[in-house]
Write a protein that binds this ligand. Structure first.
Ligand SMILES: C[S@@+](CC[C@H](N)C(=O)[O-])C[C@H]1O[C@@H](n2cnc3c(N)ncnc32)[C@H](O)[C@@H]1O
Length: 279
């Protein structure tokens, strides 16, 4: 089978527009078969090896089953950086890039070192992006999941990052060996009541990365604030991604703390999803 014939199979089997089918076909050719997609135009009769043919056909079957392409190719671009990802971690989202951008812009002119901790780090996309963009920010990544921490290690090594990686369970918080000036987190925030409304795209993502305990949509924000009460420096700042469906409950939670400024920000979809708490 040649490269054009396989493109027709993709167009036929995937229930998507021709442009989307071609886009996916090119990604799989490049990332999984190591074939430059330019060959489609320059060498349309190029014959696929049986290995490439099998990979391409298996990939279509997985995509038909809604398997995310990012997991298929073990790669996701986040804040301009290619991160390794697999089924042990959440696929980084564009909304989270806006949270990272907020922190980076707020600290663009600093000349003193600050300690930053990324709680619930998953792949490490938040903390490693911060580390790569500002040498004055000393970043620690933390997660409860040993498998997520392995992904952090892979990204740290691949991206030549200086982050420190620790295992930390927000359900059993103690005083850390150092104070943090900044906490940033995108914790699990989908309540089980909402789980039937979420898209089929998340069905391969780990439950531990998505869901809060039953009837406790704000569980992880309570824990992050408890962590902050023990480990955030005096004038520290917290950047959080939050669930836009629970803003009033979130505001209610904040009334238990003395916070100087609470700034909400809409994400690019116009949803109130980002917040900065200045103490
Ligand atoms: C929504 S994912 C966020 C991943 C990453 N920060 C991102 O934005 O792509 C939430 C992460 O919280 C972690 N997590 C779940 N329960 C936790 C706990 N009790 N303590 C610490 N981390 C936890 C999960 O393992 C998962 O990696």
């Amino acid at each position: 089978m040649n490269i054009i014939e396989m493109r027709s199979v993709y167009r036929e089997k995937l229930d998507l527009s021709i442009d989307e089918c071609d886009f996916i076909y090119k990604i799989i050719l490049k990332e999984l078969c190591d074939i430059d997609p330019i060959k489609i135009a320059l060498d349309p009769t190029f014959n696929l090896s049986s290995k490439s043919k099998n990979t391409l056909l298996e990939s279509i079957n997985m995509i038909i089953e809604d398997y995310p392409i990012d997991y298929l190719i073990n790669k996701k671009n986040f804040y301009g950086i290619d991160f390794y990802i697999d089924e042990n971690v959440l696929i980084p989202r564009p909304e989270t890039e806006e949270l990272v951008d907020w922190l980076i812009n707020d600290n663009i002119d600093i000349k003193d070192q600050k300690n930053v901790i990324d709680l619930c780090s998953g792949s490490g996309c938040i903390g490693i992006s911060i580390d790569i963009n500002n040498k004055y920010l000393n970043v620690t990544l933390s997660d409860v999941s040993p498998n997520a921490l392995k992904v952090c290690e892979i990204n740290k090594k691949n991206l030549n990052s200086n982050v420190k990686i620790i295992q930390l369970d927000l359900n059993s918080i103690s005083k850390s060996d150092k104070e943090y000036d900044i906490i940033i987190s995108n914790p699990p925030y989908i309540s089980l009541d909402e789980s039937n409304q979420i898209g089929k795209n998340v069905k391969y993502e780990p439950d531990i990365a998505l869901f809060t305990p039953k009837n406790k949509p704000l569980h992880f924000y309570e824990k992050i604030l408890e962590f902050a009460s023990k480990n955030l420096s005096k004038n520290g700042v917290i950047y959080l991604e939050i669930n836009p469906n629970f803003i009033s409950e979130f505001n209610q939670l904040l009334t238990n703390y003395t916070i100087n400024h609470v700034n909400f920000k809409d994400d690019f979809r116009g949803k109130k999803r980002l917040v900065k708490l200045t103490f």
